[in-house]
Design a protein around this ligand. Structure first.
Ligand code: ADP
Length: 347
């Protein structure tokens, strides 16, 4: 129980590259979009505060970059609570988790990212902590080993995952609030870009905001990243002002198309069409074919391609839709015209 501080992946004021920080909303009011989710969370916060109780445990599922970590910070700020942030892969042994649990104070918000990767022994420890606010601790070894129960002050666990389906049901069922965050609409992304441009003092016109929003893959992190890159292009090529032509130039150089598809997205579509006759092809095989890890294929690339209606996930694997052939400028092979009628263009 000695090195728990190093297992906490930051006190939340820091980010991996130290950059996203000023753009991260601190309060629920600053969190753009996701209206229903925000309204509900606001009620849960008010109710818990009214009762002077910690918030119920909260489960957040959804693709990366949609604001799960941000929400954990917001919940801590709104509850005036301490925040502890870690991620399941950083927790190797029960003592790693116990080390953090013993530093928890009343009302602490304990955020565990990638909670689907928690080891079974740690999961078990967490069940008891979540439900009874105690942890089991084994002292000694062999026949003389005995278990003592250490009390933990009432706290709130926020578990985040990109893979809700991989979370063991006993763990999942102990969360009082479970939320799935969906990809953002272009309108929601526009307000994120406007807000970020204001904070970073970037000059950008409304039409350019709209173009960037369309290319942000429904993801705030991508929207902020694109805005920063466009600021670079604008600074060097256009005296700092982001205009439509700067964006077209910038996106072209970054090989991002008008729907926000990156080179690898197009490679995914091309491989399914050309190597697998439109699919179905399994995720593992597809990942190998494009030289990516299956996690990044499933977590980052696929959700947007599915939302845009370019690919379908079927029990037998991934298939492309007619829209994908059209987007890639590849002629639909004969005999495929009648297939997959349910083309969904959700935006
Ligand atoms: P996740 O934990 O889901 O991967 P993060 O919480 O790290 O995502 O969010 C990535 C970045 O996107 C944050 O730093 C923040 O700047 C921005 N962001 C996410 N959601 C929102 C939102 N609803 N409004 C404004 N900015 C957001």
């Amino acid at each position: 129980m000695d090195n728990n501080e190093s297992l906490l992946t930051g006190d939340f004021s820091e980010e991996v590259d130290g950059r996203e920080n000023p753009l991260r909303p601190k309060l629920l009011d600053d969190f753009q979009g996701q209206k229903t989710l925000k309204e509900n969370l606001s009620i849960y916060i008010q109710a818990a505060r009214g009762r002077k109780e910690p918030l119920d445990h909260l489960f957040l599922a959804g693709p990366p970059g949609l604001g799960k970590t941000t929400l954990a910070g917001i919940m801590a700020n709104e509850m005036d609570a301490e925040l502890k942030v870690t991620s399941a892969p950083a927790l190797e042994k029960p003592k790693d988790l116990a080390g953090i649990m013993t530093t928890i104070t009343e009302g602490t918000i304990f955020f565990i990212d990638e909670i689907h990767r928690l080891k079974p022994a740690l999961e078990e420890m967490l069940y008891i902590a979540m439900e009874d606010f105690e942890i089991d601790w084994v002292i000694g070894q062999g026949p003389s080993a005995r278990t003592i129960r250490i009390p933990v002050p009432p706290f709130t666990l926020i578990g985040a995952t990109t893979k809700a389906g991989q979370v063991a049901s006993p763990l999942y069922s102990r969360f009082g609030i479970a939320v799935r965050i969906e990809l953002y609409s272009p309108e929601e992304l526009k307000s994120i870009i406007r807000r970020s441009a204001g904070i970073l003092e970037i000059e950008i016109n409304e039409e350019s905001v709209g173009i960037l929003a369309e290319c942000s893959r429904g993801t705030p992190r991508v929207a902020n990243r694109l805005l920063r890159r466009m600021r670079d292009f604008a600074q060097v090529l256009n005296n700092g002002k982001i205009t439509n032509s700067v964006i077209h130039e910038g996106l072209g150089r970054m090989e991002i198309d008008h729907l926000g598809l990156e080179k690898l997205d197009r490679e995914i579509l091309r491989v399914i069409i050309e190597n697998y006759d439109g699919g179905p092809v399994g995720a593992e095989t597809l990942a190998i074919s494009i030289g990516e890890a299956v996690e990044s294929l499933e977590d980052f690339y696929e959700p947007y391609l599915i939302q845009r209606g370019f690919i379908n996930r079927t029990p037998r694997g991934r298939t492309v839709t007619h829209l994908a052939y059209k987007h890639m400028n590849i002629l639909l092979p004969q005999g495929k015209e009648g297939e997959n009628e349910d083309q969904r263009l959700l935006f």
